[in-house]
Design a protein around this ligand. Structure first.
Ligand SMILES: C[S@@+](CC[C@H](N)C(=O)[O-])C[C@H]1O[C@@H](n2cnc3c(N)ncnc32)[C@H](O)[C@@H]1O
Length: 389
């Protein structure tokens, strides 16, 4: 495919996303019908679509409209490219620009440059002040880093770096966590590489690793990952415990479907339970959330979140904390985590928990901002006051 044909395809996919289809689904549907497209074409189209979704509002402003064609036009303008070289109408390129399109569009100013719905920008500004809010919003316009966790059950940082090099992948240590590596070259080769296949490294965001690294663990601790999902943090905890065991639970057990295979590959022991009913020294609740700290990776979620859905998530987060508190041993630690930058899902949930449970206090609260090293995350550690056993 020519560069222009890739742009034309991205514009069509963006129209499908505008109509409500998930970006991944729209890309898969296109790829199925596009046998002519090679792996580089697919990767390039995907990058265009995700770049446009991250900067939808500013690109629409620069392109003079919200349809896929004009969003791609705006994106080219924002990136300093000459749209006339792409919109030629030749071959599979998009049709030539009309006079109205040439004259339309304006540089994004103010909130348009934040690339976020106003209601979310308002909340960010209330919580963090205008400068910090703008910085957070703008960080989510960029591509996210690709990060790996070195599985200390099978390797260490220097040997993992060496094995990755042999797979054609370059990486560097990531400052957020001592197990984290940022991939600098060859990210698309990870899944086929021996280091990944043999369980020496896992794909995991560095802030997610840092959250798991903060969970207080002792060698004999009984540990419950209450919202285990695919098990990213379960496996990170198991590695810190010399293999485990870690008890994993999820309200939707299908989310843990791949966990036994992943654990076997990593050399970790994970016991899945449907109804946890004993007491644990550490209970991790990596709660369902807006995912706002990771909107670089799933940018359409930024445009689809509604105030109603956010309130619904807040109720689920409160219920999870209440239930997890019952499962925390008297001297144990309840760990709350989200991959969100919204105060409503972070400090406000902890404050609400402490108001409902006056015998508890927060011994740690930490926010990770989305940046070149990792996603936005929040974690808090809760313990009972004066607990002795
Ligand atoms: C953020 S994801 C977990 C990601 C996972 N910990 C990881 O690191 O890969 C949140 C998970 O919470 C689960 N969940 C939703 N409601 C729940 C509830 N009431 N109790 C327990 N888990 C719940 C979801 O099914 C989802 O898998």
């Amino acid at each position: 495919m020519t560069p222009a044909a890739r742009i034309a395809t991205a514009a069509e996919i963006l129209d499908a996303v505008s109509d409500g289809m998930a970006a991944e689904q729209a890309l898969t549907r296109w790829a199925r019908g596009a046998r002519f497209a090679g792996s580089k074409d697919r990767a390039a189209v995907r990058d265009h679509v995700f770049d446009a979704l991250r900067r939808w509002r500013s690109a629409a402003c620069a392109g003079g409209g919200t349809d896929g064609r004009r969003v791609m036009l705006g994106l080219l303008r924002l990136d300093g490219a000459d749209p006339e070289e792409i919109f030629t109408g030749r071959g599979h390129a998009p049709p030539s620009l009309t006079e109205a399109e040439r004259a339309g569009g304006s540089p994004p100013e103010g909130r348009a440059g934040w690339d976020m719905p106003d209601w979310i920008a308002d909340r960010l500004e209330r919580a963090h002040g205008v400068e910090a809010a703008a910085r957070l919003a703008k960080a989510l316009r960029e591509r996210a880093p690709v990060t790996l966790r070195v599985n200390t059950l099978k390797s260490d940082v220097p040997s993992a770096l060496g094995k990755l090099e042999a797979d054609g992948i370059s990486a560097r240590p990531n400052p957020l966590c001592n197990t984290a590596l940022t991939v600098t070259e060859g990210a698309r080769r990870i899944a086929q590489g021996a280091a990944y296949r043999d369980g020496l490294v896992e794909l995991q965001d560095a802030a997610s690793q840092a959250v798991a690294a903060l969970v207080p663990l002792t060698p004999e601790a009984r540990v419950l990952d209450y919202c285990a999902g695919g098990g990213g943090k379960t496996l990170a905890l198991a590695a810190r415990m010399g293999g485990g065991p870690i008890v994993a639970h999820d309200a939707d057990p299908r989310r843990m479907r791949d966990l036994p295979d992943r654990a076997a590959r990593a050399g970790a022991r994970v016991e899945r339970v449907d109804h946890p009913d004993s007491l644990y020294h550490a209970v991790l609740t990596d709660a369902p959330c807006s995912g706002s700290g990771a909107w670089r990776r799933s940018p359409e979620a930024k445009w689809r979140l509604t105030p109603e859905r956010l309130s619904e998530l807040n109720s689920i987060q409160d219920d999870i904390l209440d239930r997890a508190a019952e499962l925390t041993a008297p001297a144990g630690t309840l760990v709350y985590a989200t991959c969100s930058i919204l105060a409503e899902e972070n400090d406000a949930r902890i404050d609400a928990f402490l108001a409902r449970h006056t015998g508890w206090h927060a011994v740690l609260r930490r926010a990770f901002d989305p940046d070149v090293d990792g996603d936005g995350f929040f974690t808090a550690h809760l313990t009972r006051r004066n607990a002795t056993t």
